[in-house]
Design a protein around this ligand. Structure first.
Ligand SMILES: [Zn+2]
Length: 282
């Protein structure tokens, strides 16, 4: 392949409606004395507006920019533990992937030309039965095969890639920073960790870590340069639930600016499945 900029836009679908977040965000706004955030949160309660459901906006932006992306849907089944507050964030406010509303949106996204993948639930990175079930459930909804996965919270251990491969995934895109941008361990080019056809696509940019990075636009230039030189794929992850201009204005603004920057560099936008097919045929 010639040295050109390849980009894979991806979206982890963590949450699709606001539940306890109404209250946790109001408390956070009060503690941080953020009046604007407080007013926004109170308004969304009364308007009953679901600021976590942003599929229409994202699909429209991607259609207008001729982008096919990869959407990873979560099927969380972690048990709620009353006396473990750290568990609340993970187990509460989840969506039911089998509900008619979710099935409809998954099919709509797929029919719009995008790829659908599994966003492995919190414990699935070390649980082959769970991973298998999540893949099968999504395939049943889609009435088709699922090729790729990204683990929730980028959870991984020494067995994760092996069990992902064993249940039939062709690629994983869970290698990345949870607290920064760029390529961990200088792993830039997609690679085969199991010396077979299974490929890992490192993820270099994520919405909230990018927004919080100082000199982010300069750092992005460096990441683009690294990606082109190493014949990699620039993988972005923008969560669907943080795309609302009202709640996370930086995320959508950054996304739009990155897209136009990448287009000005003649980037080729591909789904991760298309990237996989390109790399495997080399
Ligand atoms: Zn997630």
């Amino acid at each position: 392949m010639s040295k050109k900029l390849r980009v894979a836009i991806t979206h982890d679908v963590d949450r699709t409606f606001k539940s306890y977040h109404y209250f946790s965000k109001i408390i956070r706004a009060i503690i941080s004395l953020n009046g604007k955030m407080l007013i926004t949160q109170i308004k969304t309660i009364f308007s009953r507006e679901n600021t976590y459901w942003n599929f229409q906006d994202i699909l429209k932006i991607e259609k207008n920019n001729n982008i096919r992306a990869t959407y990873f849907f979560l099927n969380e089944t972690l048990k709620f533990k009353l006396f473990s507050p750290s568990n609340w964030v993970l187990s509460l406010g989840r969506y039911n992937i089998q509900s008619p509303k979710m099935k409809r949106i998954i099919k709509k996204v797929a029919n719009s030309g995008h790829e659908i993948g599994v966003h492995g639930s919190f414990d699935s990175y070390k649980n082959i039965e769970l991973l298998k079930k999540e893949k099968e459930t999504l395939e049943k909804i889609l009435n088709g095969k699922v090729t790729g996965i990204r683990q929730h919270h980028l959870n991984r251990d020494d067995t994760t890639w092996e069990i992902q491969h064993e249940v039939g995934f062709k690629y994983d895109s869970s290698l990345g920073f949870n607290d920064g941008i760029g390529y961990p361990d200088e792993k830039i080019r997609p690679f085969k960790p199991l010396s077979n056809e299974f490929i890992v696509f490192p993820m270099a940019l994520m919405d909230f870590t990018f927004s919080n990075t100082s000199n982010k636009w300069e750092k992005l230039e460096y990441i683009i340069k690294q990606t082109i030189e190493n014949e990699g794929v620039l993988v972005l992850n923008w969560h669907t639930d943080t795309f609302s201009l009202k709640e996370f204005p930086d995320h959508q603004k950054d996304f739009l600016r990155i897209i136009s920057l990448l287009k000005s560099r003649n980037a080729e936008f591909l789904t991760l499945k298309e990237c996989y097919d390109n790399y495997i045929s080399k």
